[in-house]
Design a binder for this molecule. Structure first.
Ligand SMILES: NC(=O)c1ccc[n+]([C@@H]2O[C@H](COP(=O)([O-])OP(=O)(O)OC[C@H]3O[C@@H](n4cnc5c(N)ncnc54)[C@H](O)[C@@H]3O)[C@@H](O)[C@H]2O)c1
Length: 423
């Protein structure tokens, strides 16, 4: 089995989760690449000391640049607050390493686009963390939707709920501050989870109406005082997608204030001929709709039918730690060119698309209207749309047709055309 040396920057909640997934890699039976945790960087020495339990992890440093200078590290996973994503991701790429980024892939849309451009320019293998689609129930929902057997899609709901913010005495952390989590708040925090499968199915919203809510404006700061919390906690996005030529309503829900929910990811896809519902709140249960003379919602208990096979018995139930490991298997196998049609991790294009949705949602919340993703502030700064703006401005000024240079690159057949100044 081929080994890939991994460095982790940010050894907090997710850094340790990933390290523990590597530590039980022997569970996987049809993966031919093995991650070896080689180095970890975190500002906090106490956090670094947890990694003493992993013998292969020989470099523990408070300076992430020292990790990037380590020639033994092949792939770097970065799990730090969102305000640091752009700098650290770009530094990883500049150091010539492959990158496994955490969501939301930059603090906002502009940042995500710069990371995307750096990734493209570097030629490195870059993916973004999003583990929920690796649950067997999520995989079945995805395959069903892709197969067309659901008929004409009538409605889609995809969401992620927890209730971490319901307790007003819980101390604030960086995820409650716009300056570190990003203005998107719950969108940045949970949005990739809700958007990943719809985007993979090609269901990118064309229009968005958002209802965003804040929670408690102040919380204990964990040091005896209080601190202001300014992020959006709940986000309800009513969107339109186009499936098979039909407009379909799709609701994306991201909530940190959902009474009773711990870490619930779910998807529901309803069609004229069938339907599917899956929620991690009932990990094994897959619900399928069957239309006949009578109509049924049938429930089946899924076993451990993960995309990558394991030693775990087929009747057992998978959990968060399992799908994290599955996601890493997908990352490493795709990097090695061995994915073989299995579900791959979120791509930089998909990560940028989530930010386009979030930016449209923020615009909708601020100004009230339904925002078109193809004619919004969120989109206006894209090369394609600035090109279109420039085109219309020049037409108004009386110039005659020519594509701007970027457009000309995309449409070489039109290169002969030139802008002519008005007489
Ligand atoms: N995929 C998921 O399900 C999931 C779940 C939670 C968080 N996340 C994402 O993971 C990322 C990290 O979240 P978390 O919950 O692990 O946060 P965390 O606060 O638990 O950990 C962040 C760690 O980064 C370290 N750090 C900060 N600045 C650093 C620097 N300059 N150099 C090195 N280390 C530094 C901190 O000391 C801390 O240990 C975020 O992008 C978040 O959105 C993903």
């Amino acid at each position: 089995m081929k080994s890939v040396n991994i460095g982790i920057i940010g050894g907090g909640l997710m850094g340790r989760e990933m390290a523990s997934a590597f530590a039980r890699w022997c569970a996987l039976t049809d993966v031919s690449v093995r991650p070896v945790l080689t180095a970890v960087a975190d500002l906090n020495p106490a956090t670094l000391s947890w990694f003493d339990c992993i013998p292969s992890c020989t470099q523990k440093t408070t300076d992430y640049k020292a990790l990037l200078a380590n020639p033994d590290v092949d792939v770097v996973y970065v799990a730090v607050p969102h305000n640091l994503h752009e700098q650290l991701y770009c530094d990883v790429l500049a150091a010539g390493k492959d990158l496994f980024a955490e969501k939301p892939f930059g603090i906002d849309l502009a940042s995500a686009r710069r990371i995307h451009a750096a990734a493209k320019a570097s030629g490195r293998f870059v993916r973004c963390s999003s583990e929920m689609p690796f649950f067997p129930g999520a995989q079945r929902a995805f395959e069903l939707a892709k197969s067309g057997s659901i008929g004409r899609i009538l409605e889609v709901v995809s969401g992620f709920h927890h209730s971490s913010d319901l307790d007003p005495t819980k101390a604030a952390n960086w995820k409650r501050l716009n300056s570190m989590c990003g203005e998107g708040g719950a969108l940045n925090d949970l949005g990739m989870h809700a958007c990943h499968i719809p985007l993979r199915l090609g269901w990118k919203p064309a229009r968005v109406f958002a209802q965003l809510q804040k929670g408690y404006p102040q919380r204990p700061d964990g040091k005896g005082g209080v601190t202001n919390c300014d992020t959006w906690d709940n986000a309800l996005l009513n969107t339109w997608i186009k499936v098979g030529g039909h407009e379909v309503p799709m609701r994306l829900e991201m909530k940190r204030l959902m009474p009773g929910a711990t870490n619930t990811w779910y998807i529901e896809i309803l069609g004229t001929d069938g339907g599917v519902r899956y929620s991690t709140a009932d990990t094994k249960a897959l619900w399928l709709f069957e239309r006949g003379k009578e109509q049924f919602w049938k429930r089946t208990d899924l076993g451990f039918s993960t995309p990558f096979k394991t030693v775990t018995g087929g009747i057992f139930e998978p959990g968060f730690a399992d799908v994290i490991q599955q996601m890493w298997a997908a990352y490493l196998m795709e990097r090695a060119g061995l994915l073989s049609g299995r579900f791959g991790c979120a791509t930089p294009d998909e990560a940028v698309a989530t930010h386009e949705i979030f930016a449209a949602a923020l615009q909708s919340q601020a100004q009230g209207p339904v925002v078109s993703l193809y004619n919004s502030h969120a989109q206006n700064s894209s090369p394609r749309h600035s090109c279109r703006r420039q085109f219309h401005r020049r037409l108004r000024q009386g110039h005659r047709w020519l594509p701007c240079p970027g457009h000309a690159r995309e449409h070489p057949e039109r290169v002969a055309l030139q802008w002519r100044r008005p007489l």
